[in-house]
Design a protein. Structure first.
Length: 679
């Protein structure tokens, strides 16, 4: 189905239908363009977007089996705290030893991931080390007005801020630069982005991030606030790579427990020659952050100073991808929506639809890597929003196409139902090639009914009354046939022609056909009694049922066809129905039916020769469970010869069919065929 047809713009649609279809298509397209614009900032869509970012950040992150040659971490970790017996505030002497070791060892730059707002007895040794360092130092400065954040409790805010400023006055002569203590985290404490450059108060600008300052960037010229680029550490045991976590193992780290004395610290100094040294907290449960790498790899959170190290590596590499413009995100969404719309109009059961859907999902999955390769920031790519775009367009237009197909099928089924049985109409809808004018040979169970004396009765009634009674009769009889899964061939006045075995044959066709004949007789008798109460008289319904091979299919011309069966077997079934009039029976079936549905009880009614047929055929009347004993008694009497004749005569008083059998026996003799119409 073409896109225009799916939305109701095809030929044959009314103007109102086309307008409704066009409005529905436009609404679906507009709805599909909304998710990429709102998903990055609208919970819970934003949570899914962040998960999608983390997956791609992990998959696309550069990997290394070697430690970073330019950056080293000095960690005030649990071992350091145990040795120094100090956790908060940290041991200023140990920190001073580490600063001097890095300075004297020839480090390029020192970054200190601490700010100092509590007075201690040993802080002068720290301020002296900071002020005297020949290596440039970048250190945190807590400035809530510029950077936001809660660095100390309100009750001690003034004292803490005052002491921090005192420290900076003491080191004013040194080469120490202030920097922001912030890392861009979300409410779940996941570090994904650089801190915002907008200040916490109006018209303020945030301080430069620690890592950018260590990389030598200036505050006025630095504006990046996109995603952090992480490197995954994948150690190569064969190459001798030391073990380490994926999230932080790429950076060599040293415990500051080895810096307890100036002499021990001095021995460590040469390890930091020409390196960017970051000093920070490494205690297990403090200043730690999750990252995209830890989330996907299932690792523990990493120290904040390790996050700063990844940011420093990114800054040194100049890897600052541009944010994806909103118009480009919208343009991609439009392309996905149009592709989803075209795909949605395809037949959902076809292989082409499945392949196209898989192709669209592959295209969607490749967008983030392609755009990252093109220099756009992963964090600004609405991956999940685009998936919603695709889903809305694909689902919406698939629904429109399905609704149109349903309307067409209902129309076709209604049109075909005026000429064909419902089962035939359904089969033709499933396989339109079956409308070809051809037939096939099949073995069918063919049933004919006729309402005895209806023509005579109709002459004595008003036409409206006759039509009302006939329509009710045919409706109730048709329900019985359809309930027994029969195909109604045609109505001929008050007569019904039906068959089993076409267009779809089933193993239970024989059972259904005989059961239907019995049910039709019961329904017809009930209907007779009902109309009799209304003062109308109807004759009994005669039924004939035969099994044989016929040609069944669509017959007719290009303008008018009829699904029916043709052949001698159909004629035999019709003559069996008519034979009921002579035999006093209400249902007659042939030997082939009796053998095919042998679990029913049958009363044998001898052999007859029907008009136009030279070969005599045995006939039977199927009976219900309550008449099984009588049917068996008739069969036994026929087998006994003359003695059986007396038994039949005794049974005949209660059954006109048995009475007719006795009469025919007397006329032609036992075992001889009775020629219909010879009486």
């Amino acid at each position: 189905m073409q896109l225009g047809e799916a939305i109701g713009l095809g030929e044959g649609e009314s103007r109102a239908g086309k307008r409704k279809g066009l409005i529905a298509a436009c609404l679906i397209l507009l709805a599909s363009l909304v998710p990429p614009l709102v998903s990055p900032g609208l919970p819970p869509l934003s949570s899914v977007e962040r998960l999608a970012h983390d997956i791609y950040a992990y998959l696309l992150a550069p990997t290394s089996s070697q430690r970073d040659p330019d950056i080293a971490l000095l960690l005030y970790d649990d071992a350091t705290a145990r040795v120094s017996q100090k956790t908060s505030p940290i041991d200023r002497q140990v920190l001073a030893n580490a600063i001097r070791a890095a300075d004297e060892g020839g480090a390029k730059m020192i970054g200190i991931d601490f700010f100092f707002a509590q007075p201690t007895d040993d802080e002068d040794v720290l301020t002296e080390a900071l002020a005297s360092s020949k290596t440039p130092i970048v250190m945190l400065y807590a400035d809530p007005k510029r950077d936001g954040g809660g660095f100390w409790s309100p009750s001690i805010a003034s004292e803490s801020a005052a002491h921090q400023d005192l420290i900076w006055r003491k080191i004013a002569g040194g080469d120490v630069t202030r920097s922001s203590p912030m890392i861009g985290t979300d409410e779940a404490n996941v570090a994904r982005r650089w801190p915002r450059r907008d200040g916490a108060v109006e018209d303020a600008v945030a301080q430069i991030p620690l890592s950018a300052a260590v990389a030598g960037m200036e505050e006025e010229g630095f504006a990046y606030e996109g995603s952090i680029s992480f490197t995954r550490y994948v150690p190569d045991a064969e190459a001798g790579s030391p073990p380490g976590s994926e999230a932080a193992g790429v950076f060599p780290d040293f415990s500051m427990s080895a810096f307890q004395s100036p002499e021990a610290a001095a021995r460590m100094g040469p390890l930091f020659r020409d390196k960017y040294v970051l000093i920070g907290l490494g205690i297990f449960n403090a200043d730690r952050f999750a990252t995209p790498i830890t989330r996907i790899a299932g690792e523990d959170e990493i120290p904040g100073v390790a996050v700063h190290a990844h940011m420093l590596r990114q800054a040194l590499d100049g890897d600052f991808p541009a944010p994806l413009p909103w118009w480009l995100a919208l343009f991609v969404a439009l392309l996905l929506a149009l592709a989803g719309a075209v795909t949605g109009t395809r037949d959902r059961s076809s292989t082409l639809f499945a392949l196209a859907t898989v192709g669209l999902l592959a295209l969607w999955a490749s967008l983030a890597p392609l755009l990252r390769w093109a220099g756009f920031d992963l964090l600004s790519i609405p991956v999940f929003g685009w998936l919603l775009t695709l889903g809305i367009a694909l689902g919406g237009f698939s629904y429109l196409a399905g609704a149109r197909t349903s309307r067409e099928r209902r129309f076709a089924r209604g049109a075909l139902g005026k000429y064909l049985p419902a089962t035939v109409a359904q089969e033709i809808l499933a396989d339109p090639e079956k409308l070809e004018l051809k037939g096939e040979e099949r073995e069918l169970f063919m049933l004919f009914t006729d309402l005895e004396g209806f023509t005579r009765i109709s002459h004595n009634q008003q036409p409206q009354t006759t039509a009302e009674i006939l329509n009710r009769y045919l409706d109730e009889m048709s329900e019985v046939i359809l309930r027994h899964e029969g195909t109604i061939d045609k109505f001929v006045g008050d007569a019904i022609v039906a068959f089993w075995g076409a267009p779809i044959g089933k193993p239970e066709d024989a059972k259904n056909a005989v059961a239907c004949a019995l049910a039709l007789h019961e329904k017809a008798e009930a209907f007779r009694a009902e109309v009799a109460k209304q003062g109308e008289q109807l004759g009994r319904t005669r039924i004939g049922l035969h099994c044989g091979k016929v040609i069944v299919g669509n017959f007719g011309g290009r303008q008018r066809i009829q699904y029916t069966a043709l052949g001698d077997a159909m004629n035999t079934a019709a003559r069996l129905e008519g034979a009921n009039k002579y035999l006093g029976s209400h249902i007659l079936v042939s030997e082939s039916v009796r053998k095919a549905a042998s679990h029913f009880a049958y009363m044998p009614l001898g052999s007859i020769v029907m008009s136009g047929v030279d070969t005599p055929i045995p006939v039977y009347q199927p009976v219900g469970t309550e008449q099984r004993d009588r049917a068996e008694a008739v069969a036994a009497a026929l087998a006994e010869g003359l003695a059986g004749r007396e038994k039949l005569a005794a049974l005949s008083a209660k059954d006109p069919a048995i009475a007719s059998l006795v009469e025919r026996w007397e006329t032609v003799g036992k075992g001889e065929a009775y020629v219909l119409g010879s009486k």
